[in-house]
Structures are given as C-alpha cells and as structure tokens.
Design a protein around this ligand. Structure first.
Ligand code: UN1
Length: 494
C-alpha cells in the first residue's frame, strides 16, 4: 500500500483542501512509488499563512540561544539518520548514493553552523554624536518566511533556508519541490523530533503553479526565499514587488571551466567530468561549458570523451553506478531537445546525445553523458541552462578570449580556471563575472560557511550560506537611547 502523507499546518497533519494527492516516483524506476502527497492550493496556503503569522508572535520571543538548541538537536538527528536519509534521497531523486550522503552532510554542516548564530546574531554598537545618548543596531526577524526549494538538493537546500529562518525567529512555510516531497517531510519530522514547536513550521506540498504561486502572493507572507529557474524566479520577484516584499532568489547558471594551455590536463579532465556529470549535471553549479585553449583542446577533449563514454549509468543505489537518472520525463525531453538544437547549430556531437533504454535503464529517465565540441559561444547550447548531463567544449586562442567567452552569458554563478600560472589565476579571480570562482577545482563543491550565490540572471543580490544568509532572514533595527533627560537634536545641536 502506498503511504499517503499530509501537510503540517498550525501544528496538525492535514490533507489538502482539494482532497487530492500526487505520486512521488523514483526516476530510476517509475514502478517504485515512494508515497502520495497532498496537492495543495490557495486554501491550504491561506491556512498555513494564518497559522504561521500567529506562531511568529510567540516564536520571536523565544531567546535565540534556546531556538538554536533545538536546531543543534536537529543536527544530531540528521547525523544519526544520515544513511537512511541518503538512501531515500537516491530513491526519490536519483543521484548516486555517495552524492546523496554528501547532500545530507551539507545539511548537517549548515544546521550546526547556523545554530551557532543563536549565540551571535551580532549587531553594532557605536558612539552617538550627542552626549548621553546610546546608538546600536540589532537583527530582528522578518516575520513569516516562505521557503521554496528545488529537488536537486532535497535536504541541503531546505536547511540553507529553513534553519537560518528559524534561528532568527521567523515562522516558516516550507514548500518542497513536488519531485522530492518525501525528503521535505522527513526534514520536518526531524525538526519536530528535535523539539521545534510544531506550529512554527508549516509544510505545504504541491506544485509551483498552484501552491507556490499562492504562497508568493499571500498578504501574510513577509519574505520569500526561492531556488529554481530564472524564469520562475522572475515571476516570484514581480509578485513580491507588488506586495513590497523581500525575496531572495537563487536561479540558473551556465557555469564554466577555463582550461589553459599550462593546466595539469589530467586534473582538468577529472574536474570537468565531476563538474559536468556529477549529479547528472543537475546542479545549478554544474560545469556545462569547458572553455579550452586551442593548444590543448584536442588532447583534453579526447580524454574527456573517453571518460564520459565509460561512465556507468544506472540506479544510484547500486555501487557500480556513476551517473544516475534525470529527474523526470519533462526534463529528459528538454535535455534531448538541446541535443537536437546543438546538432542543428552545427556543433560536433562526440558522444552521448541519446536516451538510454537497454535493460533496467528502460524503467527510468537515463540520458547518455553528452559532449559537444567545436561549440561557438553564441550557440544556444553554450548560452542556455540545460540542467542535464550535457557539456560543451569551446576552443579559445588566449586567456583574454577565454574570459570574454566565460562572461558572455546571462548567468553568473560559478566559474573555474585550471592553470599553473599564479598571475593568470589571480587575474581570473578578478575578471570572471560570477558569485564563485574556483582555481584548479571544478565549479561545484561550495562550503556552507561561505556566501553562496550569483550575479546577473542567477541572483538578485542576496547570498545563502555564510553569515550573509542572515541578511535574508533578518531586518536591521537601529535603536537610539537618550539618557540625558533633555531634548537633544541630532545635526542641530552641534
Ligand atoms: C545547487 O546546485 O543548487 O557547490 C546547489 C555545490 C553544492 C551546492 C549546489 N554544494 O555544488
């Protein structure tokens, strides 16, 4: 019997108002259904928003170190359940088990790191320009925070949002991606087990079009933190602008690795394989453009194709699997459409470019690791985010040209350069237009205690991770205390 899960609203597990549910299936094997989840709409969102608004008044009064203790306990439970969570994650969204373990580990790291903020959340104290007057700034919670998360990091990214929101004293409405509702559910259960007052966190399942759209528009929501595509992010931003509401957006990428003629080529190929095909290319940090100096382009591309062709596709729970499935039917169709686009544009398809159907692979959404060479910077496959196991090799004649090509896209999340020339490495750090630059490492692998995010169409000026994440989930309040006992006029009584 398929288990049927519920929403959590006002501390109670409830069905969607519509009474409808949707299925959560394994992308490696469509016959494996993990559960059914409520298909929520504006009515459920309304109930969640009201519950959150009333819980906020109590939660904001709980001292931050006490809020943090609950989160530390959640971190401990995550450690204990790491293996189970990782296995469920691989079943639910397909990535290979060691990467799912990494996802849970990132969630543990974030939870511990941000729980530490419960005893910091530091502001500023500074002299006043007037005598007998005190001046300081403190962080205060924003109110009701809506956290809308993607399926590619179904535990890590919820912790990036929900944990800092809670430590800062916000009430939360959490809408996990409809492709990974079970990991969302399990994360909420862990927070409850850790002692979070249940009414502080609302869990609303459903689609972006129904539940998500209602959430970003609800008048009681004070802030939206969203990770997903640039197109949907723009809709979120427009909806929030109409309500004068803060939103933080983490959106698409078209990340690149520069491989210079003096690079350690073996290392660069290792980086390109991991950056391009890790998580089946389904990371917003995935390296989908390899910008390679023409002097080494041939050697690099040959080695890359050899490695890509040998990658073993399969169910991520099997130890021999190196690349798992694509998330769903719509996505594999999209990935394949880009292969057709690349061919039509005249790029050289060197390997992959096809849906894999043999044996057990026929039950899931498997796509062969794909390498396009002789790609021109203006081609769509070099400009648009594919979010699949497709990489493009763009030959260039110089470091300067490599930087121009790297910067010639609408996105700006992650970049990397392989070189042994320290001068070039430092120039790249300055000149690559992106939120993140790696030297002699691929575009993926961000750590939680540093800011994460991008520029241009990737972001809207916010950063997750690092202490900077608190700027999303708190407002600054400036406080002046005049203890002179008389009227003092700033800027006038000089
Ligand atoms: C994402 O793809 O949305 O740096 C996040 C990385 C991971 C996070 C990726 N730590 O690739």
């Amino acid at each position: 019997m398929t288990q049927v899960y519920k929403n959590l609203i006002g501390g109670k597990w409830v069905e969607a108002a519509s009474g409808q549910t949707f299925a959560d299936a394994n992308p490696a094997n469509g016959e494996d259904v993990l559960g059914r989840f409520p298909r929520s709409d504006a009515r459920d969102v309304d109930a969640a928003a009201r519950a959150a608004a009333s819980a906020f008044e109590r939660w904001r009064r709980v001292p931050a170190p006490r809020r943090a203790e609950i989160l530390y306990r959640a971190g401990e439970i995550l450690v204990r359940k790491k293996e189970d969570l990782a296995r469920t994650m691989t079943r639910e969204m397909g990535k290979v088990l060691k990467e799912s373990r990494g996802d849970v580990q990132e969630g543990i790291d974030m939870t511990y790191y941000i729980a530490g903020e419960g005893r910091r959340l530091t502001g500023q104290t500074t002299p006043s320009e007037l005598p007998d007057k005190w001046a300081m700034s403190v962080r205060v919670p924003v109110g009701v925070a809506a956290c809308i998360t993607p399926w590619n990091f179904p535990l890590a990214i919820p912790t990036w949002k929900v944990v800092p929101a809670l430590v800062a004293g916000n009430a939360v409405i959490f809408k996990p991606a409809e492709d990974t509702p079970l990991l969302g559910h399990l994360f909420v259960e862990i927070l409850l087990e850790a002692g979070l007052p249940p009414e502080v966190l609302q869990l609303v399942h459903g689609t972006g079009e129904e539940a998500g759209a209602a959430l970003v528009r609800h008048p009681l929501v004070n802030l939206v933190s969203f990770t997903g595509s640039s197109e949907v992010g723009q809709d979120v931003a427009v909806a929030c602008a109409k309500e004068h509401r803060r939103c933080s957006l983490e959106m698409g990428g078209k990340n690149c690795i520069l491989v210079m003629e003096d690079a350690d080529l073996d290392l660069a190929v290792d980086g390109a394989v991991w950056g391009g095909f890790g998580t089946t290319g389904q990371r917003c940090t995935a390296a989908s453009r390899l910008i390679v100096h023409e002097a080494v382009a041939r050697e690099f591309t040959d080695a890359l194709v050899k490695r890509a062709t040998r990658l073993r596709l399969g169910d991520g729970l099997l130890p021999e699997t190196e690349v798992g499935p694509v998330i769903n039917e719509a996505q594999i169709t999209r990935v394949h459409r880009y292969t057709e686009v690349g061919k039509t544009e005249g790029a050289d398809l060197l390997c992959g470019g096809a849906i894999a159907r043999e044996g057990a692979l026929a039950k899931g959404y498997f796509y062969r690791p794909t390498v396009f060479a002789k790609v021109k910077p203006t081609m769509r496959i070099a400009q648009e985010e594919i979010f699949g196991p497709t990489v493009t090799v763009l030959p260039v004649r110089s470091f300067e040209e490599a930087v121009t090509v790297a910067n010639g896209v609408r996105y700006g999340l992650s970049t990397a350069i392989y070189t042994r020339d320290v001068n070039r490495a430092f120039r790249a750090m300055g000149d690559l237009q992106a939120g993140i630059t790696y030297v002699n490492a691929p575009t993926i692998g961000a750590e939680v205690h540093l800011p994460f995010g991008g520029i241009k169409a990737t972001g809207n000026g916010h950063r997750e991770g690092g202490p900077q994440v608190l700027d999303i989930f708190t407002e600054w309040k400036t406080i002046y205390v005049d203890y002179s006992g008389r009227l003092q006029r700033a800027q006038i009584d000089v």
